[in-house]
Design a protein around this ligand. Structure first.
Ligand SMILES: NC(=O)c1ccc[n+]([C@@H]2O[C@H](COP(=O)([O-])OP(=O)(O)OC[C@H]3O[C@@H](n4cnc5c(N)ncnc54)[C@H](OP(=O)(O)O)[C@@H]3O)[C@@H](O)[C@H]2O)c1
Length: 280
C-alpha cells in the first residue's frame, strides 16, 4: 500500500490522513465475526488509523476493534469519542477508562467530544487535560462542531491543544468549505471527514460515475480521492466488505485531473454562503 501522508498534532505526534470507521459495527452478533475480520484486514493491509466511539454498538464496536487489533496495538492510531451526556469532568474521565478497558489498551491516540451538548465545554476540556497529563489520551479534539462552536472553544483555556474537528464532509456536503474549514485551517486544526461516501448513497451519481469511468475506477474511489487530494483532511471510510476495503485503499493511488475536478464542481458546487453544519 502507498505510504499514507500524515497531519501534525499539538502533541507533536502525527495522524494518518486515511483510516477506517466503525459506525454500525457491534450492533448484531450475527455479523460480528465479519466486522472483526474487516478491521483486522485493514490493519493487515497497513492501515493504522481506526475511528470508533463509545456510542457505536453501545461499546461493542470498541470491543470489536480490540479483537481485531490483538497484539498489534503499538503501531496503530486509535480514535474514540465521549458522548455529550458523559462529558462532565468526572464523566469524561470515567467514559475514557471504560473505552480503554473495552479497547484493551492503556491509551487513546485521540479522544473526541462526539458532539455539543451536555455539561459546559470547559469541564470536558479540564478532563481532556487531566487524561492527557496521565498519558491516557495523547491528543484530544471535537466532533460535529460548527464555526460558532469552534469560536466558543477557542476562547477557553487549553483550546490551543485541540487537534481536530471530525465533521460530515463529502462531495455532497461541502458547506464547511465556506467558513468552518478556513477557521480550522488558520488554527492548524485538521478536519476529519466522516461519512466520506455519504454512507454509499452518493455512489450512483452520474457525474461521479463519469469521472470514475475516465480512470477505470469506482465512484467510491473518486469520492475518496477528491477528499484525499486536499491537504489537512483526514478520511475514515467504513467498509465491512473486504472488496469495499480494497477498493477504498486503491483510491490512494487515484489522482484526479483538473477536468475531473471541474466535472465534480459542476455537479456538487462549492458553497457560496455560510450554511449550518450537517450532522448524521
Ligand atoms: N463523529 C460522528 O458523529 C460520526 C458520524 C458518522 C460517522 N462517523 C465515523 O466515520 C466513519 C465513516 O462514515 P460512515 O460509516 O457513516 O459512512 P461511509 O464511510 O460514508 O459509508 C459506509 C458505507 O459505504 C459502504 N462502502 C464502503 N466502501 C465502499 C465501496 N468502495 N463501494 C461501495 N460501498 C462502499 C459500506 O458498506 P459495507 O460496510 O457493507 O462494506 C457502508 O455501507 C464511521 O464508520 C464512523 O467511524 C463519525
Amino acid at each position: 500500500m502507498k505510504a499514507i501522508p500524515t497531519v501534525p498534532l499539538p502533541s507533536g505526534r502525527a495522524m494518518p490522513t486515511f483510516g477506517v470507521g466503525t459506525w454500525r459495527m457491534g450492533e448484531s452478533a450475527r455479523v460480528r465475526a465479519d466486522e472483526v475480520e474487516a478491521v483486522r484486514a485493514a490493519v493487515d493491509r497497513g492501515i493504522t488509523l481506526i475511528d470508533t466511539a463509545e456510542m457505536y454498538g453501545d461499546g461493542e464496536a470498541e470491543a470489536i476493534v480490540a479483537d481485531a487489533v490483538g497484539a498489534r496495538r503499538d503501531g496503530l492510531f486509535i480514535v474514540s469519542k465521549v458522548l455529550p451526556s458523559n462529558a462532565s469532568k468526572r464523566g469524561t474521565i470515567a467514559a475514557c477508562e471504560r473505552s480503554l478497558k473495552r479497547l484493551k489498551t492503556d491509551r487513546l491516540d485521540l479522544y473526541l467530544l462526539h458532539w455539543r451538548g451536555g455539561p459546559a465545554l470547559s469541564e470536558t476540556l479540564a478532563a481532556f487535560a487531566e487524561l492527557k497529563a496521565a498519558g491516557k489520551i495523547l491528543d484530544w479534539g471535537v466532533s460535529n462542531f460548527d464555526t460558532d462552536d469552534m469560536r466558543e472553544l477557542a476562547a477557553l483555556d487549553g483550546a490551543g491543544e485541540c487537534a481536530t474537528n471530525q465533521v460530515l464532509y463529502n462531495l455532497t456536503r461541502r458547506g464547511i468549505e465556506f467558513d468552518l474549514m478556513p477557521f480550522c485551517a488558520k488554527r492548524g486544526i485538521s478536519i476529519m471527514a466522516y461519512s466520506p461516501l455519504e454512507q454509499a448513497r452518493m455512489l450512483g451519481d452520474p457525474a461521479l460515475k463519469t469521472v470514475a469511468q475516465r480512470h477505470d475506477a469506482s465512484p467510491a474511489q473518486v469520492a475518496l480521492a477528491w477528499l484525499f487530494r486536499q491537504k489537512g483532511i483526514v478520511t475514515i471510510p467504513k467498509a465491512t466488505r473486504l472488496d469495499h476495503l480494497d477498493d477504498n485503499i486503491a483510491a490512494l493511488d487515484l489522482i484526479l485531473s483538473l477536468e475531473d475536478l471541474r466535472t465534480l464542481d459542476a455537479r456538487f458546487p462549492p458553497p457560496k454562503r455560510a450554511t449550518p453544519l450537517d450532522m448524521l
